[in-house]
Structure formats: structure tokens, C-alpha cells
Design a binder for this molecule. Structure first.
Ligand SMILES: Cc1cc2nc3c(=O)[nH]c(=O)nc-3n(C[C@H](O)[C@H](O)[C@H](O)COP(=O)(O)OP(=O)(O)OC[C@H]3O[C@@H](n4cnc5c(N)ncnc54)[C@H](O)[C@@H]3O)c2cc1C
Length: 350
């Protein structure tokens, strides 16, 4: 099949790789490519959405986890590896996540020193986006022979006029205009990269009560420090007071988890960046991914896959598998909004 994908973030690229692997002819249309996409700015820890998950979302989490574990084993040059994660909370966390049984070494942390009262640890995929996004592009374009067109589309129908048989809409925040979907809104996140001079290796996340989570995600040569969660903020820039406060929160978190002289952490900076997560809220449900096939006109099928909010990297392989099934005429699992999820299930940090 001649397929056009709109978007070259982690979602579009992963779909491109899966569809090329299955023998389809694929062209990616994108206004921005790595290193300019939101995906390049992701932290990027494996962060399944929080709270009770719809079966369909859980399926994406499981499939993605398996795919990332496979990459860690077979393609370390992709920037994917497995690392110990510790999530800490000052208040009791909701029940053990449904995906706990699918990941390595999950355990609930009970005897934590104050101020923490709850937490968990597990070995999870950790994705160095500075290496992963260029690797995904190489895999799609050079190893699998996919094509790229640098273009800003004004209408999802444009590729049909060029002879494509099916269009995949993986335009992230761009779907607000392209799919006329007002449920899509930006959630700005800021991160700071500092050198990993202290040889940190464990990912540490502190959930906050309604505010921004604090996280420290170490890679071989740098540590990603975050984060912020700024709704309806369209300006793709960092602000200095926020970066300073974020670093201070990270130092406090590291000190509470045993780092001596935390003031040594983050003395120098490598880079700071801000990205606009493609949030999508439907009714009371946040991070409501739209993944469905729609006939925009007779014989003009569009598969939408956008609105991943804070979990686009985490859900990417599971969604790409389902996109491939939909392209080939298979049916989708039930939409997340169809499942009964308690209102405002707390969202997970990213
Ligand atoms: C600070 C931060 C930390 C994060 N941490 C994590 C994390 O730890 N784990 C995790 O899973 N997720 C994380 N995320 C979320 C994750 O980055 C997003 O969910 C993900 O990047 C969304 O990917 P995407 O491909 O849908 O969108 P994008 O990466 O935004 O890509 C969209 C693509 O569509 C193209 N496009 C849009 N409109 C048009 C148009 N009209 N014509 C042509 N092309 C168009 C763009 O140019 C781009 O190529 C984080 C995000 C931020 C900002």
C-alpha cells in the first residue's frame, strides 16, 4: 500500500518503521524533523499513564515495553537500555499499577524515610532521545528505505491528490488544526541537561501533589532534570527562574535519596529545552489518545494517531502496531474513552 504519514516525531517515525517492516511503501511528510520535534525534548523515561488504565492503553504499554526491552538487548546503539527506576511519593499512591507484572523486578517500597510515604521500584526502559530519534530516522530512511518530504500540510487530503492510498495523521499538537480537534492542547514541559559527572545511574522521580513532578534521569554522559507541566502554554521557550527552581528540587530529591553534597550536581549545564506535549482531554479523561480509522471521503482512509500527552514515547510501539493493523483493514481495540475509568484518574509525571 502507498502510505503517507504526517509527522516525524516519535509516533510518526515508529509507525513508519513498523509499516516498512511489513512491506508497505511509506513517505513521511513533516514540517519538523529531529532534533526539532517535541519528541526530541522528551525526558524520556518509560512512563505509563497513571491510574487505572483502559485495556487498550494497557495493551500499548505492554507491547511498547517488550519492544524497548528488545531494542535494549539487540540494538544498544539506539540509545535504549534498562535501568532501575524509583518513584517516591509523599502521599499514598493509588494501587499497584496493572502493568507491574509485565516489567522486571517491580516492587512496592514500604520502609521509606520521611517525607516519603509510598513508592515503587522496577527495572524499566530508559530512552536517550538525543540518540534514539536520530536512530529511528536512520532505521526508517536508510535501513528500511522510507522516504521523507519536508512540508507543512494544510489539509490531510493533500497526500491523496499525489496518489497515496492512505494517510496516517501523527501530527501531535498539529492535529488541533489538521483534524479540527479542539480537544488537543499544549502542555509545556521544560528540561535541563547537565553532565553526568557524579556517575548517577538510577532514575528517580518524585510525584507531587498537583504540582510539577521532579525527576532525575541519568544517561552515560548526561542527566535529564525536570520537570514542568504547564497547560495551555504555547511558548516553546524555557524561563530561567523555572530552570533554577527545577535544579534545586532535583538536588533536594537526590539528597533525600542518599547523595552526599548535592550542590555538586548540575554545576554546569549542557542545554535546556522546552517542548509542547500534545495533550488531549475528552470529557474528564486526560491523555486521551485518538487512534482510529476514518474515511474522510470515499476511498480516502485516514488513520489518526495523536494526543499522547506525557506518554508518547512510552506508548509509541504499541500504538504503531495497532496503526499497522488498522491500515491493513483490521479492527481497533476499544477506544480508551469507552472504558470505564474513574474521572480524573491522576496522570503520571513525564
Ligand atoms: C519535557 C518533556 C518531557 C517528556 N517526557 C516524556 C517521557 O519521559 N516519556 C514519554 O513517554 N513521553 C514524554 N514526553 C511526551 C512526549 O514527548 C510526547 O508525547 C511525544 O513526543 C509526542 O510525539 P508525537 O510524534 O505525537 O509529536 P511530535 O514529536 O510533536 O511530532 C509531531 C510531528 O508532526 C509534524 N507536524 C505537525 N503539524 C504538521 C503539518 N501541518 N504538516 C506537516 N507536519 C506537521 C511536526 O513537524 C512533527 O514532525 C515528554 C514531553 C516533554 C515536552
Amino acid at each position: 500500500m502507498q502510505i503517507a504519514i504526517v509527522g516525524a516525531g516519535v509516533v510518526g517515525l515508529t509507525c513508519g518503521v513498523r509499516l516498512r517492516e511489513r512491506g508497505h511503501s511509506v513517505t513521511l511528510f513533516a514540517e519538523r524533523r529531529t532534533p526539532e520535534t517535541t519528541s526530541d525534548r522528551a525526558a524520556a523515561a518509560f512512563t505509563p499513564p497513571r491510574g487505572p488504565l483502559a485495556e487498550r492503553t494497557l495493551g500499548w504499554v505492554r507491547a511498547s515495553c517488550r519492544a524497548f526491552e528488545e531494542l535494549a538487548r539487540t540494538a544498544p546503539e539506539s540509545g535504549v537500555d534498562l535501568a532501575l527506576f524509583r518513584e517516591l511519593a509523599r502521599d499514598p499512591l493509588p494501587s499497584t499499577p496493572a502493568w507491574a507484572a509485565d516489567v522486571q523486578g517491580f516492587q512496592r517500597l514500604t520502609d521509606l524515610a520521611p517525607p516519603y510515604r509510598d513508592g515503587w521500584a522496577a527495572v524499566l526502559p530508559r530512552i536517550d532521545m538525543t540518540r534514539y530519534m536520530p536512530w529511528l530516522e536512520r532505521r526508517f530512511e536508510h535501513e528500511l528505505g522510507g522516504a521523507f518530504v519536508h512540508a507543512r500540510l494544510l489539509d490531510l487530503g493533500e497526500p491523496f491528490d499525489e496518489g497515496f492510498e492512505l494517510v496516517i495523521n501523527a501530527s501531535g499538537l498539529g492535529a488541533r488544526r489538521l483534524a479540527h480537534d479542539d480537544a488537543v492542547t499544549p502542555i509545556r514541559g521544560q528540561v535541563l541537561h547537565v553532565p553526568n559527572t557524579l556517575h548517577l545511574d538510577t532514575v528517580v522521580v518524585e510525584e507531587s501533589r498537583g504540582g510539577a513532578p521532579t525527576y532525575v534521569i541519568p544517561f552515560a554522559d548526561h542527566v535529564v532534570v525536570g520537570g514542568t507541566f504547564e497547560r495551555d502554554e504555547w511558548i516553546e521557550e524555557c524561563d530561567e527562574p523555572t530552570l533554577v527552581a527545577m535544579l534545586e528540587r532535583a538536588r533536594e530529591l537526590l539528597a533525600r535519596t542518599g547523595l552526599q553534597r548535592p550542590e555538586r550536581f548540575g554545576r554546569h549545564r549542557l542545554r535546556a529545552s522546552a517542548g509542547l506535549r500534545p495533550g488531549r482531554t475528552v470529557g474528564a479523561q486526560e491523555d486521551c489518545v485518538r487512534l482510529e480509522r476514518e474515511e474522510v471521503a470515499r476511498g480516502r482512509p485516514v488513520v489518526h494517531v495523536y494526543g499522547h500527552g506525557r506518554a508518547g514515547v512510552t506508548l509509541s510501539w504499541g500504538c504503531a502496531d495497532e496503526v499497522a493493523r488498522l491500515c491493513e483493514g483490521g479492527s481497533a481495540a476499544r477506544a480508551p474513552e469507552d472504558d470505564s475509568i474513574p474521572p480524573r484518574a491522576q496522570a503520571r509525571s513525564a
